[in-house]
Design a protein around this ligand. Structure first.
Ligand SMILES: [Zn+2]
Length: 72
């Protein structure tokens, strides 16, 4: 099985090692943001995608998660 975001081999959560790491960072950061500002998940994803400090990998993950949210 390939990563949900690139053609590398998926390792964890359906993501490759790099995207999985980024995914975990995104989740971890959300807990911090949520505690500090009551931001909701979808809002948070949009924010980190816009944020210039967010790494490329995390941005790809955020984009994917936004699309996933929109499909619900
Ligand atoms: Zn990947």
């Amino acid at each position: 099985m390939n990563c949900r975001l690139c053609c590398r081999e998926a390792e964890e959560n359906g993501f490759c090692q790099l995207h999985s790491k980024a995914y975990k960072n995104v989740l971890e950061k959300f807990r911090v943001w949520e505690a500090a500002s009551n931001v909701i998940w979808s809002q948070y994803l949009v924010e980190i995608q816009k944020n210039s400090l967010t790494g490329v990998w995390a941005k790809e993950v955020a984009k994917y998660l936004i699309e996933e949210e929109n499909q619900k």
